[in-house]
Design a protein around this ligand. Structure first.
Ligand SMILES: NC(=O)c1ccc[n+]([C@@H]2O[C@H](COP(=O)([O-])OP(=O)(O)OC[C@H]3O[C@@H](n4cnc5c(N)ncnc54)[C@H](OP(=O)(O)O)[C@@H]3O)[C@@H](O)[C@H]2O)c1
Length: 340
């Protein structure tokens, strides 16, 4: 339920995959939304303008995370902020420290400073399970991983896995900013996010699933993936914003499945696609899984994985994302996922 008077909230990177679903949910629940985008053109924003209630209650602001004044202008008049955008890793980082790490922290800090300046009640920052699960120092091998578990930043740096480093240091910066200034900051750590798309451009986590169906030249690690539906994640983000007792981190990664099991599930329901081959799959040890119990105790519930997979694949089919089988350009596996 929206609070009285339809308060405004700001969503950073509003045109992205997760943010678009969050904007849709917020508008449906009666919120006014200030969405920040880097590019106001129709290519990036037409899908937002088409959402229910968008004509009355959605305002789009052109703002790069790295430009404080632009962010501050978007947050003025808001009671809450959802910081969803993140500088996206590219394959060819020439200076990861500057291009990814400094910009992730500066972006987060700019958004939170803007939130303080606008006297917002709570800021929700989207982190990731990559800030939880990678080689956590001192965490007993078989122990279920919860919000007390932090990925080892130094280990991630040593293997040049920059995306997790960016998520670890920006989540720490967000929580520390809250402790230092008194701003109410909570974080959410989603697993691999699947589900239908609202925006026209395929994001990395759905490209993961498309690659499993289509196959291609890249190897895929058979790790235990934690999956969440994008629509359930949007509900989780709104819940941690609205629930007074929410605090700190919230793992949002309810379904645990290996790549081999995910392939079996897909093949049993959707025969006829080429699929990633047996030879492309590299086995590795499976550490203890993560729990999303903290979020569930706040009242969050989610769809079954089978429903998410069915809705996602059927969306891909309708959108034509599974065509071009055996075409000239092979399907590629996003390299990021072999680093985490
Ligand atoms: N998808 C997943 O499986 C997953 C899992 C865990 C956590 N997450 C986190 O969820 C968040 C959203 O991810 P997504 O999957 O929705 O990805 P996405 O569709 O690629 O969205 C990323 C967004 O960040 C924006 N952005 C990038 N650099 C920016 C900058 N310098 N200033 C302002 N905006 C910038 C992009 O804007 P443009 O459109 O202008 O490029 C885009 O809107 C990220 O924080 C990500 O780390 C995602």
């Amino acid at each position: 339920m929206a609070m009285a008077g339809s308060p405004a909230v700001c969503v950073t990177g509003a045109g992205g995959y997760i943010a678009s679903w969050l904007v849709k949910l917020l508008l449906a629940r009666g919120y006014s939304v200030h969405g920040t985008v880097r590019d106001l053109s129709d290519k990036k924003t037409a899908h937002l303008k088409r959402l229910e209630n968008a004509a009355e209650n959605l305002r789009l602001f052109k703002a790069d995370l790295l430009v404080y004044d632009a962010m501050a202008a978007a947050v003025v008049g808001c009671q809450g902020v959802f910081h969803v955008a993140t500088p996206v890793p590219s394959e060819k980082l020439t200076d990861p420290e500057l291009q990814m790490l400094a910009s992730a922290v500066t972006g987060t800090t700019n958004v939170l400073r803007a939130a303080s300046a606008a006297n917002v009640q709570r800021a929700v920052a989207v982190s990731s399970i990559v800030a939880v699960e990678i080689n956590p120092k001192g965490w007993p091998e078989g122990k279920i991983r919860d919000e007390n578990c932090w990925s080892d930043e130094e280990f991630c740096r040593s293997i040049e896995s920059w995306y997790p480093v960016a998520k670890i240091i920006s989540e720490k910066a967000a929580l520390e900013y809250g402790h230092r200034t008194g701003l109410d900051v909570v974080t959410v750590n989603p697993g691999l996010v699947f589900g239908p798309l609202l925006q026209p451009i395929v994001n990395a986590s759905n490209q993961f699933l498309i690659y499993l169906l289509k196959g291609g030249p890249d190897k895929v690690r058979n790790k235990l993936w934690h999956v969440v539906d994008v629509r359930d994640l949007a509900e989780a983000l709104l819940l941690v914003y609205e629930a007074p007792q929410a605090s700190g981190r919230h793992i949002c990664a309810p379904h645990v499945i290996s790549v081999r099991d995910l392939l079996d599930l897909l093949k049993s329901k959707y025969p006829g696609y080429p699929y990633t081959t047996e030879e492309s799959i590299c086995d590795r040890d499976h550490p203890a899984p993560m729990t999303s119990d903290k979020l569930k105790k706040l009242g969050w519930s989610c769809r079954l994985l089978e429903e998410t997979i069915a809705d996602t694949v059927e969306f891909f089919q309708q959108a034509g994302f599974l065509e071009d089988l055996g075409g000239e350009d092979p399907c590629r596996f996003p390299p990021l996922f072999n680093k985490i």
